[in-house]
Every structure is written in structure tokens, then in C-alpha cells.
Design a binder for this molecule. Structure first.
Ligand code: NAP
Length: 251
């Protein structure tokens, strides 16, 4: 059994983040559950505590430097040095390029890229001190291009370059950095896409599953399992990688 570590998962009130927070807690880590609204983290925190784990809810907008600094300091003070970081918080503002606004572009860049940058910068101070760290960034199969997602695909491709640079810079401190790139996962985010396209979610799922080699869509737990491996002690020789978790090959 690995020693108990302190993990931070952003956007952990629901979806992939909530499943990841629960899985990391099950693996023996104390988990800081970060999301925009502290109150919305209650469900994830009680699920972790009900299973015998330790969790702390922290409200933060990951795109705001002062909030990130305060949130990470609070985790450090209340749980201990955060040496596992999962940059999962995300939003979509989909539109075809000719209809996409500057605000749509900025919002997506700020949450995914700037958010991951700010969170990582704050946490690496602890990791380099501890000479141990695991960083996992959420990319996406959309990094390879997806209609209506010029902003999101650019951000998710950016996450891959960001990850590789972190791996190069932080490796000497015992810190690994990897990206997980999910395909279709059944969450509120894909439900919102179905709504935008005017397709009932069940139909959208059925159609998407038929295009996926394993013939089903992903569940948040599928992604959490891969993230958990990359966050584990034994994954110390895996760094700078992008792992597509999509029920089939993408890259
Ligand atoms: P989700 O269900 O929409 O959950 C995203 C969470 O992030 C929400 O709880 C949201 O809070 C939070 N969040 C948004 N902006 C934030 C901010 N500025 N600061 C802190 N938290 C913020 O999404 P998901 O499907 O689980 O996706 C999780 C990650 O996986 C995202 O990075 C997404 O891009 C990526 N991904 C998802 C899929 C998929 O098929 N679902 C595929 C590939 C990649 P609110 O509820 O308050 O908005």
C-alpha cells in the first residue's frame, strides 16, 4: 500500500472529476475536492467520507490567480502538501468558427489552459519541496479537431504540449506529468453537446457508441481508473505521455 498522499482534483463536484476524486480516495489518498462553488462539492465529499476516506471541499475559480493561490494554500494547511494534482476543471463554449465569439474563446482558454497553468504553478512548489509529484492533465480526443470546437480543441491540444514541458522541467524533482485524453464520456458535458445539436441524449449515446470500437461510450469511472494509475507510486517511470481513453485507438 502506498503512503497516504494529498491529492487535488479540480472540477470535482461532478462528472469525471467526482469519479476521480472518489477513486483517488479509495486508493488511500486524502483528497481536496475543488470546484467553482464549495457547496457543490458536498456530494463528492460525503461519498468519500461514507467510504471511510478523507476529503476537503474548496471553492475556487481555477482561472483566477488569487483564488488558486488561496485554495492551494488552504489544502496545504488543512490536509498537507498536495503532491498529486489532476487538472480536470473544464467548460465548453461550442460554436462554428464564424459564430464563435471572443468571449467563447477566452472563457475556454482561461479555464482549461490558464487554470491548469495556475494550479500547477501553485502545486509544484509543494511537489519540488517533497521531491515527489504526480500531475495529470485532462486533454480530449477533440485535440485532434472537432467540428464546432475550435476553442476547445486548441485548448486540449495545448494541454498536451503543456504536459510534455512539465514532464521535462519537473522530472528531476521526482514529479511526473501525463495527459489523459478521453473520447466520449457520459457526463453533463456531453449531455450539453447533445442538447446543442438538438438530439436526445440517449440517441446521441447510442449513435456515438456505434462509432466506438468497444461499442459503448465511456463512464467517468473509466477515466478515473487511468488517472489513478498515472497518480500511483508505481507509475513513476511514465511521464510526458498522452493516453487516449476512448474505447479505441486515436493516436
Ligand atoms: P462536467 O461534468 O461539465 O464537469 C466539469 C466540472 O468543472 C464542473 O463541476 C464545473 O463546475 C467545473 N468547472 C468549470 N469551470 C471551472 C472553474 N473555472 N473552476 C473550477 N471548476 C470549474 O465535465 P466532465 O465531462 O466531467 O469533464 C471533465 C474534464 O474532462 C474536462 O476538462 C473536459 O474537457 C474533459 N473531457 C470530457 C469528455 C467527455 O466526454 N465528457 C471528453 C474529453 C475530455 P460547474 O458545475 O459549477 O460549472
Amino acid at each position: 500500500m502506498s503512503p497516504q498522499r494529498v491529492a487535488i482534483v479540480t472540477g470535482a463536484a461532478r462528472g469525471i472529476g467526482a469519479a476521480t476524486a472518489q477513486r483517488l480516495a479509495k486508493d488511500g489518498n486524502a483528497v481536496a475536492v475543488l470546484d467553482l462553488d464549495e457547496g457543490s462539492c458536498a456530494g463528492t465529499v460525503s461519498a468519500i467520507e461514507a467510504a471511510g476516506g478523507t476529503a476537503l471541499a474548496v471553492g475556487v475559480d481555477v482561472s483566477k490567480a488569487d483564488q488558486v493561490e488561496a485554495a492551494v494554500t488552504r489544502v496545504g494547511d488543512e490536509l498537507g502538501a498536495p503532491v498529486i494534482l489532476v487538472n480536470n476543471a473544464g467548460i465548453i463554449r461550442d460554436n462554428l468558427i464564424f459564430k464563435m465569439t471572443e468571449a467563447d474563446w477566452d472563457a475556454v482558454m482561461n479555464v482549461h489552459l490558464k487554470g491548469a497553468f495556475l494550479m500547477t504553478k501553485a502545486c509544484q512548489a509543494y511537489m519540488t519541496q517533497e521531491k515527489y509529484g504526480r500531475i495529470v492533465n485532462l486533454s480530449s480526443s477533440s485535440a485532434q479537431g472537432n467540428r464546432g470546437q475550435a476553442n476547445y480543441s486548441a485548448a486540449k491540444a495545448g494541454m498536451q504540449g503543456f504536459t510534455k514541458t512539465l514532464a521535462i522541467e519537473l522530472g528531476r524533482f521526482g514529479v511526473t506529468a501525463n495527459a489523459v485524453a478521453p473520447g466520449f464520456v457520459q457526463t453533463d458535458m456531453t449531455a450539453a453537446t447533445a442538447q446543442r445539436l438538438g438530439v436526445p441524449f440517449e440517441e446521441f449515446i447510442k449513435h456515438s457508441a456505434s462509432q466506438i470500437p468497444v461499442q459503448r461510450v465511456g463512464q467517468p469511472e473509466d477515466i478515473a481508473a487511468t488517472i489513478a494509475f498515472l497518480c500511483s507510486e508505481e507509475a513513476g517511470f511514465v511521464s510526458g505521455q498522452v493516453i487516449y481513453v476512448a474505447g479505441g485507438p486515436l493516436d
